[in-house]
Design a protein around this ligand. Structure first.
Ligand code: AHR
Length: 502
C-alpha cells in the first residue's frame, strides 16, 4: 500500500520546547533505590549514584525530570529526606505498599540531576498537606540563605539554592486511589491558595495545576474547567496523564493510541481556552503532559499483592514492564502526537525513567540496559529540533474498535532553520502490510544528504532483556531514495522510522 506526504517549511505549528523530552523519577519500586542509586554497585560513585545509569540517562536525552511523585508525593513529608542520613525516618509509603528509607531526598536528587544535565521539576504534596509545607519546601530549595529553611539547606551542605522553576501542585487529585483525593472544587481552592502563596516568594515560578488523571475519568472535562476557573491567573500549565496498553489482543486499537492522545490534548486545549474566553483573559494556559507511556496495568497489578503492612518491603520490583517492538512503535507514535501539539504541549514527562515502566532497566550488582522504548525517545529528543511542521498526509485508513477509522500512517516533521535540517518521524500502524511512502520535498530545496533508521522486527513481541539486552535496536533503512523533489521509503509493518533530510 502507498501513502503520500507533503512537507512545506512555511506551514509551522510552533517551536519544539526542550521540555517536551522530560521524564519522571518517583519513589516507587526500584526507580530510585537499586535504580539511579545503588551504593556498592561497581559503577557507583562516592554518593552512591550508578555511573552506568547516568550515562544512559544522558544518552536518552532527557530534559526536565519530575520528582518525587506521582502517587507517592501525596503521603510524602519532604523534610524526612533532608539533613543527616542517620536521623532520617523510615516511613510507610501507602501508595506503593513499601517502606521508604528516605536515604534519597531533595538535596541528593538535585545533585544527581546536575550529573545528567536535567532540570528539576518538583511536585508538592497537596493530598495530605497544604500551603505551609509547599512554602517551606520552596524556601528550602530556592531561597539563597538567611532564613530558617534556607539556612538548613546551607547547613546540609548545599550553599547554592537549587533554583527549581517548575512546580506541580499535587498529583492526580481527581483519582480515588490518591491519598487525600478531593472534588474539583476542593482541589481548586487548595491549588489556588498554594499557587498565590508560592508566588509571593517568587512571582516567576512556573506552576502546573492537576488536570484529570486520564481522559477516561468520569469527571474529565468538568474537572479541568472547574480547576482552571479558580486557578487561571495563578498557574501556567494544566497537566495531562495517559497510559496505553492493548486490551483483549486488540493491537489495531493499541497501535492507534496516538489518535486518542491527539483527541485528549485537543479536548484539554479547548477546555482551557473556554475558561480563557469566559474570563476575557489574555493569558494562555499550556499543557504539561507530565505522565505518558505504555503501561500494562492489567498485567502487573503487583502492588495489590503486597498485603502485610507489618512487612512492607524496601524498593520491591513494581511496574517493571518489559517493552516489545509493538510497544515501542506505539510509544514512538505518542511522541509524534506530542511534537504535533508543540504549540500547546510545552512540557511533557515520560513516566518513568528507570526500572518502573521505564526505558532504562538495571539489575542490582549487574548491568543496565536499554528497553525498546529507549530508541524512539532518544532519537526524537536528539533530532526533533527547531519548529514542528504541519504536514499534508494522504494515508489509507483502517478500522479500529476503539477509535473508528484511523490512518495507517502517522507522521510529524521538524525543521531546524539554523542547521537547515528537516526531520520526519513516521509510524506504519499496519499489522501486516509494508507501506511505500512518497514524500514531496520540493519546498525544502535541494536535499544534499538523507538518512533513515527504522525500529521493527519480524517478531513484534521481541524485547530487550537482561540476557539479551540488544535484541532490538533501530536499523538503517536501505529503501530510502532521494529523487528530484521527492524522497521515498518503505515502512515495514508495525514500524517507527526517523528520516533526516539535510
Ligand atoms: O507512574 C505511575 C503512577 O501513575 C503515578 O504514581 C501516578 O501519578 C499515576 O497514576
Amino acid at each position: 500500500i502507498r501513502a503520500h506526504l507533503t512537507i512545506d517549511p512555511h506551514f509551522t505549528i510552533g517551536p519544539v520546547n526542550r521540555r517536551l523530552f522530560g521524564s519522571f523519577v518517583e519513589h516507587l519500586g526500584r526507580c530510585v533505590y537499586d535504580g539511579i542509586y545503588e551504593p556498592g554497585h561497581e559503577s557507583a560513585g562516592e554518593d552512591g549514584f550508578r555511573a552506568d545509569v547516568i550515562e544512559l540517562v544522558r544518552e536518552l536525552g532527557v530534559s526536565t525530570i519530575r520528582y518525587p511523585g506521582g502517587n507517592f508525593v501525596s503521603g510524602y513529608r519532604w523534610e524526612d529526606g533532608v539533613g543527616p542520613r542517620d536521623a532520617r525516618p523510615r516511613r510507610l509509603d501507602l501508595a506503593w505498599h513499601s517502606t521508604e528509607t528516605n536515604e534519597i531526598g531533595l538535596d541528593e536528587f538535585a545533585t544527581w540531576i546536575r550529573k545528567v544535565d536535567g532540570e528539576l521539576m518538583y511536585a508538592v504534596n497537596l493530598g495530605t498537606r497544604g500551603v505551609l509545607e509547599a512554602l517551606d519546601v520552596l524556601e528550602y530549595a530556592n531561597h539563597p540563605s538567611g532564613t530558617e529553611w534556607s539556612d538548613r539547606r546551607v547547613a546540609n551542605g548545599h550553599p547554592e539554592p537549587h533554583g527549581i522553576r517548575m512546580w506541580c501542585l499535587g498529583n492526580e487529585m481527581d483519582g480515588p486511589w490518591q491519598l487525600g483525593h478531593s472534588t474539583a472544587e476542593e482541589y481548586a481552592q487548595l491549588a489556588a491558595k498554594t499557587a498565590s502563596a508560592m508566588r509571593q516568594i517568587d512571582p516567576d515560578l512556573e506552576l502546573v495545576v492537576c488536570g484529570s488523571s486520564g481522559a477516561q475519568m468520569a469527571t474529565f472535562g468538568d474537572w479541568e474547567r472547574t480547576v482552571l476557573a479558580q486557578t487561571y491567573d495563578d498557574v501556567d500549565f494544566i497537566s495531562c496523564h495517559a497510559y496505553y496498553e492493548p486490551k483483549g489482543g486488540d493491537y489495531g486499537s493499541f497501535l492507534a493510541s496516538g489518535v486518542n492522545m491527539d483527541r485528549f490534548i485537543d479536548a484539554v486545549v479547548a477546555t482551557a481556552d473556554h475558561v480563557k474566553a469566559v474570563r476575557r483573559s489574555d493569558k494562555t494556559i499550556n499543557i504539561s503532559f507530565d505522565e505518558w507511556n505504555v503501561w500494562y496495568q492489567s498485567r502487573y497489578n503487583d502492588v495489590d499483592k503486597i498485603t502485610d503492612v507489618a512487612d512492607w518491603p524496601v524498593a520491591p520490583r513494581l511496574l517493571e514492564d518489559s517493552y516489545s517492538v509493538l510497544d515501542a512503535v506505539v510509544f514512538g507514535s505518542l511522541m509524534i502526537s506530542l511534537v504535533r501539539h508543540a504549540d500547546r504541549v510545552t512540557a511533557a514527562s515520560l513516566a518513568q525513567l528507570v526500572n518502573v515502566i521505564a526505558p532504562i532497566m538495571t539489575e542490582p550488582g549487574g548491568p543496565a540496559w536499554r528497553q525498546t522504548t529507549f530508541y524512539p525517545f532518544s532519537l526524537t529528543s536528539r533530532l526533533a529540533r527547531g519548529t514542528a511542521l504541519e504536514l499534508k498526509l494522504d494515508s489509507p485508513v483502517y478500522d479500529t474498535e476503539l477509535y473508528g477509522e484511523v490512518p495507517v500512517v502517522d507522521a510529524v516533521a521538524t525543521r531546524d532553520e539554523s542547521g537547515g535540517r528537516t526531520t520526519v518521524f513516521v509510524v506504519n500502524r499496519s499489522l501486516t502490510e509494508e507501506v511505500s511512502l512518497d514524500i514531496d520535498v520540493r519546498a525544502l530545496g535541494r536535499i544534499a544528504a538523507a538518512s533513515a533508521q527504522s525500529l521493527f522486527d519480524d517478531d513484534i513481541h521481541a524485547a530487550n532483556t537482561l540476557s539479551e539486552p540488544e535484541r532490538v535496536v533501530p536499523k538503517g533503512n536501505p529503501s530510502l531514495q532521494v529523487g528530484d523533489g521527492t524522497v521515498s521509503i518503505t515502512l515495514p509493518a508495525v514500524s517507527w522510522t526517523v528520516l533526516t533530510l539535510d
